[in-house]
Design a binder for this molecule. Structure first.
Ligand code: HEC
Length: 164
């Protein structure tokens, strides 16, 4: 009796485990290497480096990967004040993946295209997070925001007031 019962229970558990593994795989991909590659691809084609990597556009996109997303000292000045593209390597290193999903959907000041990030699905945002965490922390924080009435200390790009 016992000899029959145990294999039956074991088979039942094995079946449940298999179903659980399959559904977990569908909900959140368990392929870290694939996520990292996808994150790298997304960062490259969605333009994050254009502002968040120092000297990236000037280098025609040839800045070494180890410097990617380390933040930029170039200011962006307009009616909103002067903003600096943050060091995302440090920002993401200091938060959990769940915190990142919320943080990525905040409305930032111009010229950060937050509206593009809001259009990304969770899987893409997770892939970006896993890629940036894989790169690891590097660099120092970008300069702090300067309010409109103050002249920034470093070079900046001047934007006109938006059309009415
Ligand atoms: C046109 C320049 C530009 C591009 C392109 C850009 N950003 Fe930004 N980003 C900025 C600036 C400037 C800030 C600072 C905004 C502020 O101070 O409110 C910023 C801030 C952020 C923040 C807030 C970080 C913090 O300090 O907590 C995140 C997250 C972010 N960007 C992610 C991205 C990602 C991911 C991409 C690529 C999809 C991207 N950005 C593309 C300019 C840019």
């Amino acid at each position: 009796m016992r000899a029959i019962f145990i294999p039956a229970v074991a088979a039942g558990i094995a079946c449940m485990l298999q179903a659980w593994t399959l559904s977990a795989a569908a909900a959140s991909p368990q392929h870290p290497q694939a996520d990292i590659q996808r994150g790298r691809y997304l960062v490259r084609i969605t333009g994050c480096n254009d502002c968040h990597t120092p000297g990236y556009p000037e280098s025609n996109g040839r800045t070494p990967e180890k410097e990617w997303l380390t933040g930029s000292p170039l200011g962006w000045r307009g009616p909103w004040g002067t903003t600096y593209a943050s060091n995302l390597r440090l920002v993401m290193n200091n938060m959990s993946e769940a915190q990142w999903l919320k943080h990525a959907r905040v409305e930032w000041r111009p010229p950060m295209p937050w509206f593009n990030l809001q259009g990304m699905n969770d899987a893409d945002l997770r892939a970006i997070y896993r890629y940036v965490r894989h790169l690891g922390p590097a660099g120092k924080p970008a300069p702090v925001y300067v309010p409109p009435e103050r002249e920034p200390a470093q070079p900046y790009v001047q934007f006109p007031a938006p059309p009415k």
